[in-house]
Design a protein. Structure first.
Length: 365
């Protein structure tokens, strides 16, 4: 069995479960995981891992262990990681794949120095590029990446773990709205809190739970307090990923009002939206980046313009008042994920990319 090297800068933030699912889903190849730093070790266990002793000597360190394990291909997670460690390509002369996930194909493209390095080094030297949404592919092409080098391949999810359960509103039960996200600007959480405040004045039998951590936690909590929502809207730190399906099954509507940040940071295609759809939740999100590729307006939820609190409020109220739509929307969302975002299917497609590149780089007899 051939070995490929997957390189992730940190293995692994709690928000990057999609990388763990990808790595552990690869069956056709042995995976050597290379990283600059390891965290959440108990949550993301992996045997064949090497952590660099020093970031400044990591290229040589990684190269030596890659030689020992006879690695046949390098796969970088994130464009910025590839830029930092591109010397591995020169040393090893191996075929190289880079996956762009979001910020690395949006906000980084607005930095002149990064864009120049992408154009001068990354795009020419990388053998193949994966974008997790068509919108990110468009960003990369507009920035000078050859279109024929790019495959759109979104991360998949474990559809068995995120099982489908129809959402039914029991008599006198509050409508429970859920959001799971980093507490950062591009997730648009301030707009969700403002919309929920409006909703709560006319539909008091509603609750909002936000699961996440991040730099805006204090600001968001202060806003909740100022709007007198403390008893109805709560922010709770991330829970282990294994507990997320159970949390989703206890809620009725999922809302993630993503926005382009003031600095230009964009989503790719949020994994949590795939997970919510898989469990049968109707979703409300925004016309942002790759999100419309998953959420089809009126089919498995609703899309609203970014930062538009009034329309966000209106669509949430509509879903709250029309619980008879939840099951059909949930079924549509489940089918969408099964057909287009099944982890096993997506990983097989990734393995096909690996095989094609490895075979094409072999010396011809």
């Amino acid at each position: 069995m051939n070995t490929i090297a997957q390189i992730s800068p940190i293995f692994l933030p709690a928000t990057q479960t999609f990388i763990y699912d990808e790595i552990t889903g690869i069956k056709k190849y042995k995976v050597l995981l290379l990283t600059l730093r390891q965290k959440n070790k108990s949550q993301f266990a992996f045997d064949n891992i090497y952590v660099a002793k020093n970031a400044m000597t990591s290229i040589e360190e990684f190269y030596q262990i890659m030689k020992k394990q006879n690695v046949q291909l390098i796969h970088f997670q994130f464009g910025i990681t590839a830029l930092f460690l591109l010397g591995l390509k020169k040393l090893s002369k191996l075929p190289t794949v880079v996956t762009f996930h979001g910020f690395d194909a949006s906000i980084e493209l607005k930095k002149r120095s990064t864009l120049l390095q992408y154009k001068k080094k990354l795009f020419p030297q990388t053998d193949h590029i994966i974008a997790v949404s068509h919108k990110l592919k468009e960003n990369l092409v507009n920035s000078g990446c050859p279109e024929n080098k790019i495959t759109v391949l979104s991360n998949g999810i474990d559809v068995h773990r995120f099982e489908y359960k129809p959402r039914i509103l029991n008599h006198s039960e509050p409508v429970k709205i859920l959001c799971i996200a980093r507490l950062t600007e591009k997730k648009g959480l301030i707009y969700l809190i403002e919309a929920f405040s409006k909703i709560n004045t006319v539909r008091p039998n509603t609750e909002l739970l936000i699961l996440g951590q991040g730099e805006l936690k204090s600001e968001l909590q202060q806003r909740i307090a100022k709007l007198n929502l403390v008893s109805k809207a709560k922010i709770v730190d991330y829970m282990p990923h294994c507990e997320i399906p159970g949390i989703m099954h206890k809620h009725h509507i999922f809302c993630l009002p993503s926005v382009t940040s003031s600095k230009g940071d964009e989503e790719g295609l949020p994994t949590v939206l795939k997970e919510a759809c898989a469990t049968g939740m109707p979703v409300i999100s925004t016309y942002h980046s790759g999100i419309p590729e998953l959420i089809h307006n009126g089919k498995n939820g609703f899309l609203v313009p970014e930062k538009n609190i009034d329309i966000l409020t209106e669509r949430l109220l509509y879903l709250i008042d029309h619980s008879e739509l939840w099951e059909s929307m949930g079924l549509y969302g489940r089918k969408q994920v099964e057909q287009n975002y099944n982890k096993d299917v997506q990983v097989r497609k990734l393995e096909e990319i690996y095989t094609r590149l490895i075979v094409s780089k072999r010396p011809k007899k």
